[in-house]
Design a protein around this ligand. Sequence first.
Ligand SMILES: *Cc1c(COP(=O)(O)O)cnc(C)c1O
Ligand SMILES: [Zn+2]
Length: 423
Amino acid sequence: MGYVRGLKCRECARPYPAKALHVCEFCFGPLEVDYDYAAIGRAVDHRSIEAGPPNIWRYRALLPVDGEPTVGRHCGFTPLVRARNLGKALGLSQLYVKNDTVNHPTLSFKDRVVAVAVIKAQEFGFPVVACASTGNLANSVAAHAAEGGLTSFVFIPADLEQGKVVGTSIYAPNVVAVDGTYDEVNRLCSEVADKYGWAFVNINIRPYYAEGSKTFGYEIAEQLGWRAPDHIVVPAAGGSLITKVWKGLKEFYNLGLLPAVPTHMHVAQAAGCGPIVNSVKAGSEIIRPVKQPRTIAKSLAIGNPADGYYAFKVVKDSGGGGEHATDEEIVEAMKLLAATEGIFAETAGGVTVAATKKLVEHGAIGRDEVTVISVTGNGLKTQEAVAGALRVPAHIKPTLASFDAALAQHLPSGAGKGLTAGC
Ligand SMILES: *Cc1c(COP(=O)(O)O)cnc(C)c1O
Ligand SMILES: [Zn+2]
């Protein structure tokens, strides 16, 4: 049914069958899904895509699933917001926010990758679907496994935000909290995958999982009127999303769906865990792992990013840049995005907005260039990050006098003006 030719090594280009494989036996390079692009080109055009459903499956010809989607049927096609207010604050005249805070069903971009991965796990006949997660992946794997009636195991670092833990446990998966960093969790999961033969969405079926991220880039291009922007700023953890957004834009160009891809890809990470940005700033393709990540952006806290090298390459090849954000800058940027656009993003969104601000200040992004900020997760899941940094409610008695006193003392004076006008 699909257009998948098989898997292919990203390093030596050796072909492999479309099975649950992820590493090249010869050079240990990562495997990637390979398609019959000539056939896709004959089957797909702007109109056929626009006639598709308002979710990621409108791009199904470019996703590695065989049959009809069985889970994640409402994922994707999230708003591309014309962000005039935030643009004014950052000094950008043509700014957009790609808003995956409202992605279905678990409010982060991870639903895009998990929808594809869980369907593949089902197609391959795995008894258990599992993941090593920094939080959002856990939410999404648990939800999609529940929807698909699959048993799931979710491995997380023990110090995750409560919103991420509750937002996983509600689906009743088997949650394993590990005393260690994400990288230690991930190493353990590779051993569990080998020993028990489970489908770890981001480990042994990673080539299929990663393809879901392309839809983030496809949607940006389609929603801009079949045009690639001048800049996309992408937060990175393992470095897969930025790599695949780029792959998606290139595919669209090669299929004749875009006239050009002038896009500069920029990477955003936290100062306390920014191995990819460190490499970009140093101009070195060697990614130095961060042993002890220290950041409130826990969803991005991967010290040894699996796709770090490829993310670095995408930034270099596209003429992009990279910036870090400190915890303080993350909180300020979360508040700025909310106050200007009415979008409550998680810490990763704060990282990306803060990084964009610096890229503009340093001249890496021109003031009148079309720029897209990737906002990848919802702020209700990381409330600890900002709870102490917000104005507290005015606390009053249930009387008008008490409200009048509060208005005079604590609330913005402008709010009182409308009152007298009605008298
Ligand atoms: C996982 C995650 C990312 C980064 O994903 P990678 O593909 O691992 O780089 C970005 N934002 C959020 C909110 C995430 O959960
Ligand atoms: Zn190889």
